[in-house]
Design a protein around this ligand. Sequence first.
Ligand code: GLU
Length: 474
Amino acid sequence: MGHENNKSLSFSESVNFMVDRALTVLNIDEGISAAIKACNTTIKISFPVEINGKLEVFTGWRSVHSSHRLPAKGGIRYAPIVNEDEVEALASLMTYKCAIVDVPFGGSKGGLLIDPSRYTRDDLQRITRRFARELIRKGFLSPATNVPAPDMGTGEREMAWIADTYKHLHPEDINYSACVTGKPVAHGGIRGRTEATGRGVVYAIREFFRNADDVQAAGLKPGLGGKRIVIQGLGNVGYYAAKLLEEEDESKIIAIIERDGVLTNDEGLSIENVRQHINEHKTIKGFPDATFSENGAAGLEIECDILIPAAMEAQITKENAENIKTKLIVEAANGPVTFEADDILRNRNITILPDAYVNAGGVTVSYFEWVRNLAHIRFGRMERRHDEIRGAKMLQALETLSGKQAEDWMQKEIVYGADELDLVRSGLDDTMRNSYQQLKEVLDSNDKVSDFRTASYVVAIQKLVRSYIDIGVY
Ligand code: GLU
């Protein structure tokens, strides 16, 4: 595990070094360790698309880290900086993530080297459809084997184009809509998928705060109300996480770090207002109810209770880890803390809830979407009215027995059948709570494990090894 030189580790080295800690704790045989860490396949695709009458060549990757379970699952990101190492690291994180939250998928990830802001909607559609065709033809996209989803720079729109491309190439595949998740609801998507990663982050934090001993060990006072939070990135993940924490948990978002700087307000920022400002002005600069500074990186060093990096990998490194002044880091992004920084932070007793657990809400709800697509029916469609009628009868019975009339809230809460969104949120909450308890069990029962990241990899690796032993390696 030693690496004493000054060269920074690559993303995948950083992930693998962290995984090594868990492999050592579990005393896993070298061969199996190597098999677990290795990425199965990575393809690189270059393809031309005509843009404004001129051919432009685009380059993309799709990596399958593990296929011990199929389909292999993971997003496709569009970004001006993507490379093979990054895609492989992210694919491996998907494997561990799925194992931790008991989502029965292998791990995969894709990336396209592109700055989407430089292209029109039509250009992006042609580029996406072409990329999808290449992936399909090479066996890297289908409901049974490899199912992409949104990631940085992609969303519902790109997923709808991908699904449509697949449908045209495979009209005989009755499950075509399950070839990708994160689709618009009108095209086979599931309610609650867009907010799922951010909401999952919040469910993870709530579960942490339900465990008084963990809260105390982190040096925090009980309760999320009034907690001072710094968030980096108000994209899809950060926006929903911050919004829920502000609106439902009454936490104070005291700083928001974005590409162009940092907004601070010790009294707390209104996430909805900041988001609106960004939508209108394409920058956080000029937001009226806060102080703005162009030094975004310094925002990570603001004193706070909870720091939530929700943007990019490698944001907390050996260069700034000593300056972080928080009690709890919640990794909403993938890989925001490097291996070296993780070491420094652990020695400083800063608690970290790790990415592979914290942001697994996205793939969890993707799993629900995939199942919904295979079932060809919306969750709750059969039972909703039935449950509602039962609720009404129950209330009637209570009224008869007690001789009193039910209050309004009882009418609303009891005479109610869950719809798809309720069920998705319930399944997500259950998943985040269960998985937290699995990590905690490792922390409580194994004295060689003292941090949540190692615990999460121990949980993942135990399940992966089990599956290697059960199905064998061939
Ligand atoms: N891109 C998301 C992630 O990093 C979601 C993956 C998925 O839903 O397949 O977890």
